[in-house]
Design a protein around this ligand. Structure first.
Ligand SMILES: NC(=O)C1=CN([C@@H]2O[C@H](COP(=O)(O)OP(=O)(O)OC[C@H]3O[C@@H](n4cnc5c(N)ncnc54)[C@H](OP(=O)(O)O)[C@@H]3O)[C@@H](O)[C@H]2O)C=CC1
Ligand SMILES: CC(=O)N[C@@H](CCC(=O)OP(=O)(O)O)C(=O)O
Length: 345
């Protein structure tokens, strides 16, 4: 398969380049850059010296049509909805890492993302690329909306429970923590060393763009209209997402019952690892890998089931899951090119 990356000079772009380098069936033919076309990729990212020494190129639809089967868009929000229709017309498949196509209700883009989606007609055909949950739909997709990093970890923890109807859908509270690379490579005060080092900050309470995404997908799986609380925190680490979900059990459940729900839902899913015996995963245990690790604790005093799920935001939360989706679309083993083990310590 010939693939291109749009948004090459960002963190999602370089992580795609790193992972695709070891993919046996992919040829990366173009890295497209809005701001640095003509610059050699390894000059922007010296760790790619003697690996990717070609210059990045401008977006050119004719060149794409001649050269590429699948495009990864690793662009900020409010970009891909403007260019995806043009790319799809050339029969090139698109995997969009941004949020531009994740929400099914077009009205929600203005309120949560602050832009008007100009490709509303495509919201009916886009497939939400949560790989383990929508595998069958992903197989035939032309356009994938790769899930957000927080939703990936949160939904993988909660969908099996909601579907099994063992938790209340009206009292879900999620506490999210993210590493700084989640904010992308652009400079901003929030990620300034003195602002974030030895510091933890909650942000965007009640207005974060991942709230409607979490609600949309959990509502779909429960046939209920779910409203939930989600608060993200930025903490001083480079990579990693931890989602701690507080849920109310609606019936008596043992730890083995909960384990059975997860094991049967994720039967044969290579990237989901369910922890047993109250073992709670930490972000370093998935660092650099495409795994999502899930651990849980039942608090008998309060009848709450507390679930902790962790991913690497740049791998399972972005570029790794995008490649997992490419593999599913191409009929390959999901693990192709994604066999990196976590880097620990
Ligand atoms: N970082 C993360 O953990 C995750 C990120 N995502 C999503 O992936 C996307 C990329 O994120 P990330 O790589 O971190 O962000 P970065 O800010 O690191 O990179 C985005 C890149 O997009 C390109 N770009 C910027 N403005 C425009 C524009 N107006 N038109 C076209 N291209 C533009 C730039 O590259 P160039 O100039 O070379 O084109 C820029 O480097 C975002 O939508 C983000 O929400 C999803 C999950 C996790
Ligand atoms: C630290 C930080 O700013 N994190 C980003 C994570 C989201 C992101 O960048 O991208 P996706 O929506 O595509 O997952 C945020 O909270 O907006």
């Amino acid at each position: 398969m010939k693939v291109a990356i749009i948004g090459g000079s960002g963190y999602g772009g370089v992580e795609l380049a790193r992972l695709l380098h070891n993919h046996p069936y992919v040829e990366l033919t173009q890295i497209i850059s809005h701001s640095q076309a003509g610059t050699v990729f390894s000059e922007v990212y010296p760790q790619m010296t003697q690996i990717l020494d070609e210059p990045m190129v401008d977006f050119n639809i004719d060149q794409l049509a001649a050269d590429v089967d699948v495009v990864f868009l690793a662009t900020p929000s409010d970009v891909s909805h403007r260019i995806v229709p043009e790319i799809l017309k050339e029969k090139i498949k698109c995997i969009d890492l941004s949020g531009d196509f994740r929400l099914k209700d077009p009205a929600l883009y203005q309120s949560w993302y602050g832009f008007e989606n100009t490709a509303k007609d495509y919201l009916n055909q886009v497939v939400y690329g949560l790989s383990e949950v929508y595998q069958a739909k992903i197989e035939g997709a032309e356009l994938i909306a790769n899930p957000g990093c927080f939703p990936t970890a949160g939904l993988l923890a909660l969908i099996p429970l909601v579907q099994a109807q063992v938790i209340s859908t009206q009292s879900i509270i999620i506490d999210g923590k993210t590493g700084v690379s989640g904010a992308g490579r652009g400079l901003s005060l929030n990620v300034h060393f003195a602002e974030m080092n030895e510091n933890a900050k909650a942000y965007q309470l009640g207005v974060h763009k991942h709230i409607p995404e979490l609600e949309q997908e959990l509502s779909e799986k429960s046939n209920d209209s779910i409203k939930l609380n989600f608060t993200p925190h930025i903490v001083p680490m480079t990579r990693g997402i931890m989602m701690t979900s507080y849920t109310d059990l609606v019936s008596e459940q043992s730890a083995d019952d909960i384990l059975d729900i997860y094991r049967s839902y994720y039967h044969n899913q290579p990237f989901i690892r369910i922890r047993t015996n109250d073992q709670i995963p930490s972000t370093k245990e998935v660092y650099g890998s495409n795994y999502c690790d899930i651990g849980f604790h039942i608090d008998r005093r309060t009848n709450k089931l507390i679930v902790v799920s962790v991913i690497d935001n740049l791998v399972k939360g972005a570029s790794g899951q995008a490649i997992q989706n490419l593999n599913i679309m191409a009929g390959l083993d999901q693990k192709t090119g994604l066999n990196q083990l976590p880097i620990y310590p």
